[in-house]
Design a protein around this ligand. Structure first.
Ligand code: A2P
Length: 306
């Protein structure tokens, strides 16, 4: 896919990137290396995916010049008070001098206290009652964003943005007194059963690029089995994943299909132009079938979309 999307910083990124959530160890290394050797120039990662070492090594081993690759990583909740340190730690693991995009992974700070002794901040600290140990009394994403805004000036990331932010979260961020910068990106769960029409339109109005994670429905790729998706894929004579990726690109959404399978990685980069009425049909699918959220759906501290 040759389509590129422009950020509000002026930088451009390829509309299709490789997702790396749940790609572990050698699988992550091989997936990123395969992707870069077969034409991908956009890799999406995160500190909490616990694979930055492998992802970075594949980037360095690929032989593709660093300035031709768009690399994203994300700030985990336990480190929202110290984004500059967290970014430096990510770069150390990646073995890179900078990332192209650094995102607040979730709008919810997690309590770092349990991590302090071990020094391992890449966990989901929990409470005895099974709830996440959130840290909203003394910290919030507005304060985190104030610190994030300063990072591009360090040269360690080229742009900053957010992930899993609702319309209300973004409104709160933009109207806060310390706000100087519009996030470049909001990365969210988005697929044919969660088309996020309102949030996509809102972000477009504000100049925020939307990126889709779990674009195939996450592990198991359930979206590819939807009868409408199968029917339209047959009509265009393409794999169902290509139909879904093409639908994102046509909506102006950057899309991050994850795979560790060589043939799928190669195939997922192919897009084609769909008839506008077919784009519309896919966008409307959830109106009949109901929306389906796969990531942190019922877990209240992470359910920030209500
Ligand atoms: P695998 O990594 O084993 O190849 P999402 O991007 O929505 O998170 O979806 C990821 C899931 O979809 C993974 O289970 C991945 O499997 C699978 N997947 C990725 N690409 C394809 C494809 N082209 N066809 C079928 N399944 C795919």
């Amino acid at each position: 896919c040759e389509t590129r999307v422009k950020l509000n910083t002026g930088a451009e990124l390829p509309a299709v990137g490789l997702g790396t959530w749940q790609s572990l160890e050698n699988d992550a290394y091989k997936a990123v290396l395969t992707a870069l050797k077969t034409g991908y120039r956009h890799i999406d990662g995160a500190a909490i995916y616990c694979n930055e070492g492998e992802v970075g090594k594949a980037i360095r081993d690929s032989g593709v010049p660093r300035n031709e690759i768009f690399v994203t990583t994300k700030l985990w909740g336990t480190q929202q008070r110290t984004p500059q340190l967290a970014l430096e730690q990510s770069l150390e693991r990646l073995g890179l001098d900078y990332v192209d995009l650094y995102l607040i992974h979730w709008p919810i700070p997690l309590n770092p206290a349990q991590c302090e002794e071990s020094g391992n901040y890449l966990t989901f600290p929990g409470l005895p009652n099974g709830k996440r140990d959130v840290d909203l009394d003394t910290w919030n994403f507005v304060k985190t964003w104030e610190l994030m805004q300063e990072l591009p000036a360090t040269g360690k990331c080229k742009a900053v943005g957010v992930s899993n932010f609702s319309i209300n979260n973004i409104k709160e961020l933009l109207s806060s007194p310390g706000n100087k910068l519009v996030p470049a990106v909001n990365q969210i769960e988005l697929h044919p059963l969660l088309p996020q029409v309102e949030l996509v339109n809102f972000c477009k109005e504000k100049g925020i690029v939307v990126e889709a994670y779990s674009p195939l429905g996450g592990t198991g790729a359930a979206i590819l089995k939807e009868p409408l998706v199968e029917e339209l894929a047959k009509k265009y004579n393409i794999p169902a994943a290509n139909l879904v990726v093409s639908w994102d690109v046509q909506r102006g959404v950057v899309v991050l299909p994850k795979s560790v399978t060589e043939s799928r990685i190669i195939s997922n980069l192919q897009t084609l132009t769909l008839a506008p009425e077919d784009v519309e049909k896919i966008t409307n699918l959830s109106k009949e079938k109901g929306e389906k959220r796969t990531c942190a759906p019922d877990f209240s501290p992470f359910n920030t979309f209500a």
